[in-house]
Design a protein around this ligand. Structure first.
Ligand code: PLP
Length: 565
């Protein structure tokens, strides 16, 4: 059986280091000069040694593990990949004794080693920091959802303890069809245009499996939710990366260049039409759009979505947009302009499929986990035209007979109740948004006090529950040298660049765990240094946890408070 649950596994793929020397040299340009100066010793030596090792590897290896593909969102060194491959084909690696790995594992290029999640999981266990790392709430689902689950469990008349329809429990698909008919302002047929899956992860997986033929290209905006890359590869496709551009606010001081304070300024991530149009071609089979976005919190504007829709003209007629909308009920900073076409049920969120002509070109993907603070429920869905959904319906029974019936029933009951007034708000959705807005503000205050730059949500729309915070040289400059550019099998490219080193140091010595941003970028961008100053911080945590994080962050302002080498 195909391994379906891949969430939080960062791709550890073979790095095809065709121009590594160039990349590594380029990357110097992104390291602030004073930062290079401060870390000119051990770190610089490590970088030189790394360069040399990479040059040697380049001379020795053709790196054509997967169809000669050149680019990977790589979580590991080329050397590790080779070693693992050799182990696999020489019978040194468990189940791959005689014949080497099966097709799915082969497509991953042997990228099954340690990841950012395993590495930071280990650090969390060993050092017990305040954890703002992983994206799941640390509180119970709302009471009506728990009640719905208990009622479903005890409902012997409906017996939701047995198999249900593979494409989705009738009660749930009817609920979803009703809601999406309002969202998309068209009648959605529950049995033909809805498919229930095991989380949004499986909805993405099945969409890609039914669309992609070997060699097809799939466009991903980077930074990206790390699951996408390997899912594209598992389907035999080739990820093509389109960078979102970080655009600093121009009315704030930018001191990265070396002035006194060393602070950096905030900004927003923008879609670049030219970059997208360069990437889309008749080879493009799908574009994955994620709004609100993990890890930046970006909410794509309607204008940007129109650019994405327009780019389909450059692709063939079969090109489809996979619109991942798992955070759509958490738009904590809605865009100022309201779009008349948007759903009255989902303020601040534009459903891509509601754009003119896009229903027929879109599979909308979502799940219950983020909305109901129940990421373990693992019920997700695809909504789309029958021509795109029926292949998914056909595939589903061969993947599992059905997603958990009892959870589907609980979700269908929860959806009925979520529109009711809740805790002083007009609906549970309003309550959820207010709750996350408050938590966001707590975290923003803590991060800015500590010297990180964050988006200004008065002017930049935001959604989801992550902040991609930006560290300036004042913060990066106090990371002890032993962490910088240290070899680390789990880090992209096999070394701890500044974002990774900062997160590792903070988790081990400052008492706060955040996630480095490099695993959310392609390896080329990592080598360019684009991720160096960004870390992902989650605010789906109790106020106490965020306050404890703020306490830890205060130590960054007083370097003597932490061990600095
Ligand atoms: C952007 C995005 N899409 C999909 C998922 C996966 O959702 P699910 O847990 O429903 O599989 C996540 C989870 O973190 C996510 O951040």
């Amino acid at each position: 059986m195909v391994v379906l649950r891949l969430c939080n596994s960062v791709p550890l793929l073979v790095c095809i280091v065709v121009s590594m020397e160039v990349c590594t040299r380029q990357s110097d340009a992104f390291v602030p000069s004073s930062f290079r100066h401060r870390h000119g010793g051990v770190a610089a030596r490590r970088r030189q040694e790394q360069d040399q090792r990479q040059r040697q590897r380049q001379q020795q290896q053709p790196w054509e593990l997967y169809g000669g593909e050149r680019q990977d969102s790589d979580g590991r060194t080329a050397a590790n990949a080779t070693q693992q491959q050799q182990q696999q084909s020489s019978g040194g690696n468990g189940p791959f004794e005689a014949h080497g790995p099966g097709e799915a594992i082969r497509r991953l290029g042997g990228s099954t080693g340690p990841t950012v999640w395993t590495e930071f999981g280990r650090i969390a266990q060993e050092h017990d920091p305040v954890n703002l790392g992983q994206g799941f709430p640390d509180w119970l689902p709302p009471k009506f959802a728990v009640d719905s689950l208990v009622e479903a469990v005890l409902d012997s008349a409906q017996s939701p303890h047995q198999y249900t329809r593979p494409a989705g429990h009738p009660n749930l698909v009817s609920q979803l069809a009703r809601r999406y008919s309002t969202h998309l302002r068209k009648t959605i047929r529950p049995m033909e245009e809805v498919a229930v899956t095991v989380g949004a992860s499986q909805a993405l997986y099945l969409s890609l499996q039914t669309l992609v033929r070997p060699g097809d290209e799939v466009v991903l905006f980077e930074p990206f939710f790390d699951l996408y890359v390997n899912q594209v590869k598992l389907a035999g496709g080739k990820p093509v990366f389109v960078p979102l551009r970080f655009d600093p606010y121009d009315d704030e001081d930018e001191n990265d260049g070396g002035s006194e304070s060393g602070a950096s300024r905030g900004g927003e991530w923008k879609l670049d039409r030219d970059e997208l149009e360069k990437a889309v071609s008749p080879r493009t089979r799908a574009i994955i759009l994620n709004s609100p976005h993990n890890p930046t919190g970006k909410v794509f504007s309607r204008a940007e979505m129109e650019v994405v829709a327009g780019s389909l003209d450059l692709a063939g007629p079969d090109c489809v947009v996979l619109s991942d909308e798992v955070y759509k009920y958490i738009v904590h900073a809605p865009p100022k302009e309201t779009n008349p076409g948007d759903s009255p049920l989902c303020e601040g969120h534009t459903h891509f499929a509601s754009l003119p002509g896009m229903w027929d070109r879109t599979i909308t993907i979502s799940s219950a986990g983020k909305t109901f603070s129940a990421t373990g429920w693992q019920v997700g869905w695809c909504i789309g035209p029958e021509r795109l959904l029926s292949p998914i319906h056909r595939l589903l029974p061969y993947v599992q007979f059905c997603a958990s019936t009892v959870i589907q029933e609980a979700l269908s009951r929860s959806l009925e109740r979520a529109d009711q007034p809740y805790e002083g708000h007009a609906s549970y959705y309003d309550y959820l948004k207010a709750k996350y807005t408050r938590k966001r503000d707590l975290l923003v205050a803590a991060l800015t006090d500590a010297g990180f730059a964050v988006p200004d949500y008065e002017r930049t729309p935001g959604g989801g529950f992550f902040i991609l915070a930006r560290a300036g040289k004042d913060i990066l400059g106090v990371v002890p040298e032993k962490y910088l550019f240290a070899e680390n099998e789990a880090a992209p490219g096999g070394v701890a660049r500044p974002d990774w080193a900062l997160c590792q140091w903070m988790a081990e010595e400052v008492g706060l765990l955040c996630i480095p941003s490099s695993p959310f970028f392609s390896i080329d961008k990592v080598h360019e240094g684009v991720a160096d100053s960004f870390i992902r911080v989650a605010f789906c945590k109790t106020d106490e946890t965020i306050e404890a994080a703020a306490e830890a962050l205060r130590k960054l302002r007083v370097p003597e408070a932490v061990a600095v080498e």
